[in-house]
Design a protein around this ligand. Structure first.
Ligand SMILES: NC(=O)c1ccc[n+]([C@@H]2O[C@H](COP(=O)([O-])OP(=O)(O)OC[C@H]3O[C@@H](n4cnc5c(N)ncnc54)[C@H](O)[C@@H]3O)[C@@H](O)[C@H]2O)c1
Length: 433
């Protein structure tokens, strides 16, 4: 019986490797899922997973029981049986009936569940940014390929029809030659992120939070509410600020449109100049990336939100400006040709819908779990885009221009920069493919 016969009969057949165990799923089978990380984002996407007729929640996992219980309650109506609640994701990976995991933990907790999940024979939907370091992303890619798993990065814009069309427009040359892409995220959070409750001295660790497990491979520090829910983003030990938070979305589209793996050089200036709330990541950051025939710039600003152009492709015939709500193309007029007032192309526009893109992205993952095809934001794309973000942060932190060898994933002639491509893990955690 070949693979297709299995699928036709829609029987749940098992395949096991030395370490992992996985089912071969037919078109009509329900996919048994577990959410790992049931916070803000976890619940947003889990609720969409739960609406898919072929998604069957079997477990939820969080180091913070309050959040795990919320997810279990939300899952009950669609679950075929009792939904298990775990604090340690390794218990989820031991469950033979889990086909796929949905990882929505903070960034420093993306690599281990993904790699161990692949080893255990699970397919993985892992939130963006895929990794905390370049070395982690490489290992995640290796694990997916070695264990033949479907790993979708949570970069839902890749499944958005207007993003797909925009990329096609750029790649087809419809706005002429594109040699410059402007990418950015701006807002004004002055005086800072620190929430009232953290400032008011409410610093006792919640009874139902396993803080040591929350820190995991990151250095041990006493409980700090500012490093917990959502705000982990402003600390290097867990994340990379807006560069990895929003850069992972829009630099991804820029890199995709350029059909490029990586920049050849990066330079940057920035710092946390104005916001003095104890966070570490920049509040102003300008990064320049050199690609073979294009320059991509990233502007991150947390202290002033005027001119919030997020993603703009500058072509010789027109300018394509895109956000989640849609894109517009504004034609250029070639004034160098005497008295010319004729636009170089026709204007274009297309509406977009962020919610639709998210649903399509989850659907794409579930369909790939069955078809075994590569998903829209395959782990390799997630890795390359996260790496591009990490390069920007390393250049900012070292305050110098760095040359990048994309094949070897190493900086050229810069030992200090190369040391920043990976991080030591706190014992007992190890990342081995
Ligand atoms: N694709 C998108 O548009 C999008 C949007 C928002 C967030 N995200 C990503 O989602 C991830 C989570 O962000 P968030 O805002 O939901 O954070 P959050 O702080 O609201 O939630 C994170 C949850 O993970 C839990 N957690 C931490 N370590 C864990 C572990 N080892 N095992 C199980 N649970 C653990 C926390 O207790 C918390 O409940 C981030 O990587 C973020 O970049 C993606």
């Amino acid at each position: 019986m070949n693979r297709r016969d299995f699928t036709k009969t829609s029987l749940a057949v098992t395949a096991s490797t030395a370490l992992g165990y996985s089912r071969i799923l037919g078109a009509n089978d329900r996919i048994n899922l577990s959410l790992i990380g049931c916070g803000d984002r976890g619940m947003q996407i889990w609720n969409i997973f739960l609406k898919q007729p072929d998604a069957n929640p079997v477990a939820v996992c969080d180091v913070y029981k309050t959040n795990a219980e919320k997810a279990a309650t939300a899952s009950a109506a669609t679950a075929s049986g009792k939904v298990a609640i775990h604090e340690d994701f390794r218990r989820v990976l031991e469950m033979k009936d889990v086909d796929a995991i949905v990882v929505a933990t903070p960034d420093h907790w993306h690599a281990l569940p993904t790699v161990l999940g692949c080893q255990a024979g699970k397919d993985v939907y892992c939130e963006k940014p895929l990794s905390l370091t370049v070395a982690e992303g490489r290992k995640m890619l290796e694990a997916a390929r070695k264990h033949n798993r479907v790993v979708q990065t949570g970069s839902q814009q890749r499944s958005g029809p207007h993003f797909q069309r925009a990329v096609q427009i750029v790649q087809n040359g419809e706005i002429g030659a594109v040699h410059k892409i402007t990418v950015g995220f701006t807002r004004n959070v002055v005086p800072g992120f620190k929430p009232e409750w953290a400032l008011n001295g409410k610093t006792d660790c919640p009874q139902d939070l396993n803080w040591d497990m929350y820190l995991g491979p990151a250095p041990k520090v006493p409980y700090d509410p500012f490093r917990f829910l959502y705000h982990f983003r402003w600390f290097w030990d867990y994340s990379g600020g807006q560069m990895t938070n929003w850069g992972a979305h829009n630099l991804d589209i820029a890199r995709w449109a350029l059909q490029a793996k990586a920049p050849s050089a990066v330079a940057s200036f920035g710092g946390r100049y104005e916001i003095k709330d104890g966070g570490e990541t920049p509040d102003v950051q300008e990064v320049l990336y050199q690609f073979p025939n294009a320059v991509v710039t990233w502007s991150g600003r947390e202290v002033n939100r005027q001119r919030d152009e997020y993603l703009v492709f500058h072509g010789t015939k027109g300018t394509l400006s895109i956000m989640r709500g849609g894109f517009t193309v504004t034609p250029e007029v070639w004034k160098a040709i005497s008295k010319n007032t004729t636009p170089a192309m026709q204007p274009m526009e297309m509406k977009g819908d962020g919610n639709e893109a998210q649903t399509l992205h989850i659907r794409n993952f579930l369909d790939c779990v069955k078809s075994r095809k590569r998903p829209n934001a395959d782990v390799e794309e997630g890795h390359l885009t996260a790496a591009m973000c990490h390069l920007g942060n390393i250049a900012t932190r070292l305050n110098r221009m760095l040359k990048w060898d994309a094949e070897r994933e190493l900086f050229l002639g810069d030992r200090e920069a190369n040391q920043m491509l990976s991080r030591p893990y706190r014992k007992p955690w190890k990342l081995e493919v």
